[in-house]
Design a protein around this ligand. Structure first.
Ligand code: PSU
Ligand code: MN
Length: 299
């Protein structure tokens, strides 16, 4: 599948010389952050990866071409255009029809793997939605990571999801879940979801050891869950209030499917007066830095 993705020169040079590369996704930019702020964050994420000694490869589809590593004007397009949200099943249609789109954890992992990139840093993983027993709304992220050998560093899943059910599906898909310097599975804006993380590692070298050991038994991904930095964690009461308001909004407007996460995120950002945006930026920065440290330890 290598010919079906265009890899930027800096990224392919790093890959051929065995240097650390970190994949970054575009849905969090295009659908998770407001225009303007998303471009600032995108550049900070790439810089954070560089500062930690790895090469960033932001992934998106532009004019039917899947890309790993974006030039400045390509990154600007991703942050300015009203792009489709492309999960893994949407890559073929977008490529075949010559369309553009932002990639989720599932599709970014698949494209990263096709490009030869093994480590990926992001904000939150998709999961099992509340009410999934009726709606069947379970993110393709969970299945994709069960089938692709990508290491994903994230802050767990949002509390807008059914976290207990998500942890069950992660187990069904045989995905190791590591808590980074925590015994708790994190819940994006909050450092703890109230559920334990199955395993714990306390430094990048140990994470790399576990990832290498996992390869002897499985071709699945590995989830490294890194809680939002303490100073940026959201106030629990504010968080719970926003969550209730967001769920009411979904019901009122009859929002379903892939629109659920973007609508809830926007509600959090607006109703918190930007507090959730700051938390979001801080946790993604921390995750991509850790992803780079793990990629360096693996290289
Ligand atoms: N969770 C977040 N922010 C995000 C996403 C999830 O906190 O931006 C995005 C990611 O790209 C993730 C996708 O892969 O949403 C999952 O969407 P869905 O539930 O429609 O599969
Ligand atoms: Mn869904």
């Amino acid at each position: 599948m290598t010919s079906s993705i265009t890899v930027a020169e800096e990224v392919s040079d790093a890959l051929t010389s065995g240097r650390a590369v970190v994949a970054l996704e575009s849905t969090l930019l295009s659908h998770g952050l407001p225009p303007g702020r998303n471009l600032t964050v995108a550049r900070r994420l790439e810089q954070a990866v560089r500062d930690a000694g790895a090469v960033p490869a932001t992934i998106a589809v532009l004019d039917g071409r899947p890309l790993a590593g974006l030039a400045n004007e390509q990154l600007e397009r991703v942050c300015a255009e009203d792009l489709a949200k492309l999960s893994l099943r949407d890559l073929g249609p977008a490529a075949g029809l010559g369309l553009s789109g932002a990639t989720t954890v599932a599709s970014t992992s698949a494209l990263a793997h096709a490009a030869g990139i093994g480590v990926f840093g992001t904000g939150g993983l998709g999961g099992v939605h509340l009410g999934a027993a009726q709606t069947w709304d379970v993110s393709a992220d969970l299945g994709a990571l069960g089938a692709l050998p990508t290491v994903v560093v994230c802050s767990g899943v949002k509390s807008v999801l059914d976290i207990a059910a998500t942890l069950e599906v992660l187990e069904t898909n045989s995905l190791p879940v590591l808590g980074y310097r925590t015994d708790d599975f994190p819940a994006f804006y909050l450092r703890s979801s109230g559920y334990p993380a199955p395993w714990r590692v306390d430094d990048p070298a140990t994470a790399a050891k576990v990832i290498s050991a996992h390869r002897a038994y499985s071709d699945s991904g590995v989830l490294v869950t890194n809680p939002v930095p303490e100073e940026s964690e959201m106030d629990k009461d504010l968080h719970d209030r926003l969550l209730r308001g967001g769920l009411d909004l979904l019901a009122e407007r009859g929002v379903q499917g892939s629109e659920v996460t973007p609508v809830l995120l926007e509600h959090f950002h607006e109703a918190s007066g930007g507090v959730s945006l700051d938390a979001n930026e801080a946790l993604v920065l921390s995750n991509v830095t850790l992803a780079a440290e793990i990629a360096v330890a693996l290289a």
